[in-house]
Design a protein around this ligand. Structure first.
Ligand SMILES: *Cc1c(COP(=O)(O)O)cnc(C)c1O
Length: 381
């Protein structure tokens, strides 16, 4: 197999989706699975749908194209406010999109009419993340205008939390979103199908028994893919945290005989965590770098220390045992490392799917929430 590569366990992704779908179903909340971090990888999207997600969501039209080309027929929603310049190509492939600008919604309506479709719109309301959103006080009037636009159907409202601000949502925000939904319905006399309460950062609040109010949908990416809460990075009970492994190959392995003083860090290398190496420390170079992933987002095997990285080299200290040239090392990515590596063209993506292969132990029988662990390939020791 080629290196570097990402090994993707589809059984674990399917299991994580299923687990979240079941738990949220108890609160009458459906799951829309978010595929942006994996560039709309069709195999992963299919595993999420098999796990019970009602539909998919992505931020990039190109990713949606990739999923449609792989014959995925389920509803797909664009969750980044569409670019005006792309309005034409969205209604033909997306059932709905999240919006905050009237000009864009008008353009989407025109495009939908030309495609002989009705395009669904979910209005994003700003409730504290300070990223996208219509201000709460303007929402009802905005919604009434959207309802008048030909080719458009107002499907609902949504909010987003913790992405820009890093602040988890609180009960107050959920209640506010619910009240806004009710106010729009009262003024328009029409029911809203979707009240989408947020992303993976909402899960701790919902699972702690908070009132979910009118919320009937969440858009989940990180919790499904990595099994963690994005705000704390703490594993969510019952989920696999090791569905993804990045594997890279050792290309140099040496003793550093001389003491190496840590150089004064120039601005360009501020991110290279240069550490002072003691006499006779072994180090190895691994063929992966900043162009491939977010190096600081990798968890290293415990026997290795991070010395630094450049665009295409990762240098690790190997104090316990040398790493053989040609051996492979596995790393577990956090969200930032995952999204970068999935977008890197020179990193191969390898999926494992025991359910569809019909052999081997299924992930359902394995134990989720094993300690986040990275391992050194046996031959590397
Ligand atoms: C990325 C994104 C999500 C998914 O966030 P996760 O933290 O990965 O669950 C949901 N909604 C919007 C609008 C997003 O941009």
């Amino acid at each position: 197999m080629t290196a570097p590569r990402v090994e993707i366990d589809l059984d674990k992704i399917r299991y994580n989706t299923q687990h979240l779908v079941h738990r949220l179903d108890l609160h009458d909340i459906s799951v829309t699975a978010v595929t942006k971090a994996v560039c709309g990888c069709p195999d992963i999207a299919k595993a999420m749908l098999e796990g019970g997600a009602i539909g998919l969501a992505d931020t990039h039209v190109e990713n949606v194209d990739r999923m449609r080309a792989a014959d995925i027929q389920h509803p797909i929603c664009l969750i980044r406010t569409p670019m005006l310049s792309q309005a034409d190509c969205i209604p033909p492939i997306c059932d709905a999109s999240y919006n905050t600008e009237l000009d864009v919604i008008h353009a989407l309506g025109q495009s939908a009419l030309r495609a002989n479709k009705v395009h669904g719109v979910i209005l994003m309301v700003e409730l504290g993340d300070q990223r996208e959103g219509i201000l709460p006080d303007d929402l009802s009037a905005f919604a009434l205008k959207v309802m008048e636009i030909p080719g458009i159907s107002l499907n609902g409202i949504g909010a987003n939390f913790a992405c820009l601000s890093g602040i988890a949502p609180e009960q107050q925000a959920i209640t506010r979103l619910s009240d806004l939904a009710s106010a729009i319905e009262e003024q328009s006399g029409l029911p809203l199908k979707i009240v989408s309460g947020g992303n993976s950062a909402n899960l701790p609040l919902i699972f702690s028994g908070a009132h979910s109010g009118r919320i009937n949908n969440l858009r989940l990416g990180e919790a499904i893919l990595l099994g963690v809460d994005p705000v704390s990075e703490i594993p969510i009970e019952g989920l696999f945290t090791d569905a993804f492994n990045i594997v890279a190959e050792v290309i140099e392995s040496r003793f550093t005989a001389r003491r190496c003083e840590a150089p004064a860090i120039a601005p360009v290398s501020q991110h290279n965590q240069i550490v002072c190496i003691h006499d006779h420390t072994r180090r190895a170079i691994v063929a992966i770098g900043r162009q491939d992933t977010d190096i600081e987002g990798l968890s290293l095997p415990s026997r290795l220390t991070l010395i630094g990285a450049t665009s295409d080299h990762l240098i690790v200290g190997t104090p316990y045992a040398p790493l053989a040239v040609g051996s492979e090392i596995s790393f577990q990515p956090n969200y930032s490392a995952l999204m970068r590596v999935m977008a890197a063209p020179n990193v191969e993506k390898v999926t494992r799917d025991r359910r569809h292969a019909g052999r081997g132990k299924s992930a359902e029988n394995a134990h989720p929430n094993q300690e986040r662990r990275a391992f050194i390939d046996a031959q590397a020791l």
